[in-house]
Design a binder for this molecule. Structure first.
Ligand code: DNO
Length: 355
C-alpha cells in the first residue's frame, strides 16, 4: 500500500507540502493541475508540478482528477476533439511518471452534499452531510449556489465555476438520456483512451457516484458492484480500473464495501482507494464520520484487510476529514483530520501485517 494525500497545488491549497511530508508513513500525493475539463495538460506545467512534489520528498504517481468534458459524456460531435486532448494529456502525464489517473463519468455533478459543515453533536466538530429531503426542496441551481456559498472561497473538486456556469444548458442536454445511453458514450471514450493507457503504462481509475444513487433524475452508472462490472466489460483491460471510494459506495448501506473491494481487488481492477467512514442517519441521509470504525458505520478493519488481501500494492488516501481544532480550510480537505485518518489506517495496516 502507498499512503497518499490529496493536494490541490501550492496556489490553491493552504496546506504546505512540508506538513504533508511530516505525516507518518506518507509517501506521496494524489495531485492535480487546476485546468478546465477538455484542455491538454502541457508537459512543462506537469514537469513543474512533479518537480515541486519531488523536491518536498514526496512522490506523484496519481493524478486526481483529469476531468472528462461534458460533451464526451453527452456524446456530442465535439467529443472527438476533447477525447484527443485527453489522450494527449495521458501521454504527457505518463512521460512524467504518472501511473494512475482518477476521473469520474458522472453527469453534471460530481459529489453532492446538502450541508458542508454539519456540526457533530457528540464532539462539536463538523463534517459533510447529506439529506435527500433537503435536496428535494432545493433543486440543482439552489444546491450549486449554496455549495459555493459554504465553501469558504475554495474551489471544491468537481464544482469548478466554469462548469457550473453552464449548468442550465448542461442539465437540458441530459434530458431523456438513459443509463444505457450514458454507458454507450462511456464505451466510446474508453475505446479511445484505454489502448493509449496500455501503451504508456497508465491506469484509468473511475470514481463512484457520490452519493451512491441517482440524483435529480440524471443517469448515474457507477454506484454498485454490478455497475462497475458493466464498466469493466465496456473495455476489458487492466488499464480500465476502479477508484474505489469507501465513503461514496458506502453512502448506500446496500453496498458491502469490503466485499466490493475483494471482488475488484481479486480481478486486479483497483487503481486507487479513497478510504473514509460514513454514519447513517436514515434513508438517503448520512454524514461523514472520523476514520475510526466506531465513530461511523463502516468496518475500517475489514476494509483495510480486504485491500491487504487482494490489492496490497494499491494507492490509498485518507479521504475527507471532519473539520477539527478550529481549522479553516477546504470542506472535507483540512489537514488535521485527514492526518489522523492516515495514522489510523497505517496502524490498522501494521496490525494486519503482523497478525
Ligand atoms: C470528492 C472527490 C471527487 C473525486 C472525483 C474524481 O471529494 O473524491 O471529487 O475526486 O469524483 O474524478
Amino acid at each position: 500500500m502507498k499512503m497518499t494525500f490529496r493536494w490541490y497545488g501550492s496556489k490553491a491549497d493552504p496546506i504546505p507540502l512540508k506538513y504533508i511530508r511530516q505525516i507518518p508513513g506518507m509517501t506521496g500525493l494524489m495531485g492535480l493541475l487546476d485546468r478546465p475539463a477538455g484542455v491538454v495538460w502541457e508537459e512543462e506545467e506537469i514537469k513543474e508540478l512533479v518537480d515541486e512534489v519531488h523536491a518536498a520528498g514526496l512522490e506523484l504517481e496519481v493524478i486526481e482528477s483529469v476531468n472528462v468534458h461534458e460533451d464526451i459524456k453527452i456524446g456530442l460531435p465535439t467529443r472527438d476533439k476533447y477525447i484527443q486532448n485527453y489522450i494527449d494529456t495521458i501521454r504527457n502525464l505518463a512521460r512524467h511518471g504518472i501511473k494512475v489517473i482518477v476521473y469520474n463519468f458522472m453527469p453534471v455533478f460530481d459529489w453532492l452534499r446538502t450541508d458542508l459543515a454539519r456540526v457533530i453533536p457528540e464532539d462539536g466538530s463538523n463534517s459533510l452531510y447529506f439529506d435527500e429531503k433537503d435536496l428535494g426542496q432545493m433543486g440543482p441551481l439552489e444546491i450549486v449556489r449554496k455549495t459555493a456559498e459554504d465553501s469558504h472561497g475554495f474551489t471544491l473538486p468537481g464544482w469548478e465555476p466554469e462548469r457550473l456556469a453552464l449548468l442550465e444548458t448542461t442539465l437540458k442536454q441530459y434530458e431523456g438520456m438513459t443509463p444505457d445511453n450514458l454507458r454507450e458514450n462511456y464505451k466510446y471514450f474508453l475505446d479511445a483512451v484505454i489502448p493509449v493507457c496500455e501503451e504508456v503504462g497508465v491506469r484509468m481509475a473511475c470514481h463512484p457516484d457520490d452519493p451512491a444513487w441517482p440524483i435529480f433524475g440524471l443517469p448515474r452508472i457507477a454506484h454498485s458492484q454490478d455497475d462497475y462490472d458493466k464498466i469493466i466489460k465496456l473495455h476489458d483491460s487492466p488499464a480500465n480500473t476502479v477508484c474505489l471510494c469507501t465513503g461514496s459506495l458506502g453512502s448506500n448501506p446496500e453496498n458491502d464495501v469490503p466485499a466490493v473491494i475483494r471482488h475488484f481487488g481479486e480481478m486486479n481492477r483497483i487503481g486507487a482507494m479513497h478510504v473514509r467512514n460514513v454514519k447513517y442517519l436514515g434513508h438517503h441521509h448520512f454524514r461523514e464520520a472520523a476514520h475510526l470504525s466506531s465513530t461511523g458505520d463502516l468496518d475500517m478493519y475489514a476494509i483495510m484487510k480486504a485491500i491487504h488481501d487482494t490489492c496490497p500494492d494499491t494507492y490509498v488516501r485518507p479521504d475527507h476529514g471532519r473539520m477539527i481544532w478550529d481549522e479553516q480550510g477546504r470542506p472535507g480537505y483540512g489537514l488535521y483530520d485527514r492526518a489522523l485518518g492516515a495514522a489510523y489506517l497505517n496502524g490498522l495496516w501494521e496490525a494486519i501485517e503482523k497478525q
